[in-house]
Design a protein around this ligand. Structure first.
Ligand SMILES: [Zn+2]
Length: 85
């Protein structure tokens, strides 16, 4: 294995470690449940590990918050979440 590849592998594993740490810090429920496909995607985009993790943690928290009970604003839209109902 070439030196260049080694450096790449090290950089990659550092990125993944930073990503996981930031993700779990932001969203403890994701401990041990990291979606590595998504992580991989951000890694290849060249995104900052912490930035990517924060984005994913926020998305997860958003998706797993208690469901909105929806209150019609009278125009077919929910007052609370702005979704069409
Ligand atoms: Zn709603």
């Amino acid at each position: 294995m070439s030196k260049r590849v080694d450096t790449k592998i090290i950089a990659r594993s550092r990125w993944y470690a930073a990503y996981e740490a930031a993700l779990v810090a932001e969203c403890p429920r994701l401990a041990g449940k990291v979606d590595w496909d998504t992580a991989n995607y951000f890694f290849h985009l060249g995104r900052d590990a912490k930035e990517a993790a924060t984005l994913i943690a926020r998305r997860f928290n958003e998706e797993h918050k208690p469901r909105c009970r929806h209150r019609d604003d009278g125009r077919g839209r929910c007052i609370d979440c702005d979704e069409f109902i």
